[in-house]
Ligand binder design. Structure first.
Ligand SMILES: [Zn+2]
Length: 340
């Protein structure tokens, strides 16, 4: 019944193996029951590094996943060297299926939703991007917090009693594996071949991560969190039985990113998009306009409607807001011109 239903038994296993080529694989799995301990014991934590800014971009693949987004060239690719923090803590040893059921109070923030099994796979730990990633974010925390945020924005009715969980159902995602590897583009999400509905993989480019260069230390962390949040939305959003426009799917993902204050500096709220479903931030700002115009929760209802039925543009929008999306878009563009 639980939306994020995880029937895993609750063991933490951290296994580390180093090959001759210095490739290091880190597998971190975590489930709800011992997430706090897992976080406390997670070998991946640490401070922050520098800043910069790139830009995710286009190309869309139908369904829940989308094509690798193309980064805009980043000014100064400056990989941040750093130690790789593999530090199993006190009572959790590597190679151990630890049963840390003793309570821990040091967990950063407890998740309010059932988590899927979360895994981290670093394909090349010697890659500069791996150091940047490991020193910028705590993988366990960032994934968990992102899923919480998605739940808040897409599945929690702001009008219903504050603490109760929503009755809206996210897709039945049971595991998410984050794979850091050297590849073109920024990131993409895909279903695992054998069971794409329940098991997702997020591929995140180490090359891209290493290109998110410094200046201010929070920038790398914010960009990594922003990209991961966007990709995780793809693991938890509905798509109108695969019929929703790719630009709408991407727009919802970036709208959640926007909502979480993770919009990168290059996003432009006042830019007039070519069409409403141009995708990414162009559609995200349009969705934000709809939230203002029709009241908070319209994107949540939109997502819910994408769960209920196959997307058909005309009836979808008429039933959702009582008008055509083209007309809404014209209204929206007027506000941009006025604003400018
Ligand atoms: Zn996307």
């Amino acid at each position: 019944m639980s939306p994020f239903n995880s029937n895993d038994t609750g063991s933490v296993s951290v296994s580390v193996s180093v090959s001759e080529t210095a490739t290091l694989y880190i597998h971190l799995t975590m489930s709800q029951s011992e997430k706090e301990e897992a976080v406390a014991a997670a070998p991946l934590s640490v401070p922050f590094p520098p800043e910069t800014t790139p830009a995710p971009q286009p190309v869309f693949l139908p369904g829940m996943s989308h094509a690798a987004e193309t980064p805009t060239p980043s000014p100064v690719p400056a990989p941040a060297p750093s130690a790789i923090p593999i530090r199993p803590k006190a009572d959790t040893d590597t190679e151990t299926a630890a049963d840390n059921s003793s309570s821990s109070s040091s967990s950063p923030s407890a998740s309010t939703v059932d988590l899927p099994r979360l895994r981290l796979h670093i394909q090349d730990v010697a890659h500069p991007g791996s150091s940047v990633f490991l020193s910028s974010v705590n993988a366990a925390t960032v994934l968990r917090d992102s899923i919480d945020a998605i739940h808040t924005h897409l599945y929690t009715d702001p009008l219903s009693s504050s603490t109760s969980s929503s009755s809206l159902s996210p897709p039945p995602t049971r595991s998410v594996t984050l794979i850091l590897r050297d590849m073109d583009g920024v990131a993409y999400t895909t279903g695992v071949d054998l069971d794409p509905e329940h098991h997702k993989e997020i591929h995140f480019s180490l090359r891209y991560i290493s290109s998110v260069a410094p200046p201010s230390s929070s920038r790398q962390s914010a960009e990594i969190r922003g990209v991961l949040l966007h990709e995780l939305v793809h693991c938890y959003q509905w798509n109108g039985r695969g019929r929703a426009p790719g630009g709408l799917i991407e727009g919802v993902a970036d709208w959640v990113r926007l909502r979480c204050d993770l919009a990168p500096p290059h996003w432009r709220r006042d830019q007039v998009p070519a069409k409403w479903d141009v995708g990414y931030q162009g559609t995200a700002y349009f969705l934000e306009y709809l939230e203002k115009r029709f009241g908070e929760g319209i994107v949540r209802r939109l997502n819910e409607k994408l769960r209920e039925e196959a997307y058909d543009e005309k009836t979808f929008w008429t039933e959702l807001v009582g008008g055509s999306v083209e007309q809404l878009f014209e209204d929206y563009k007027k506000t941009l011109v006025k604003g400018a």
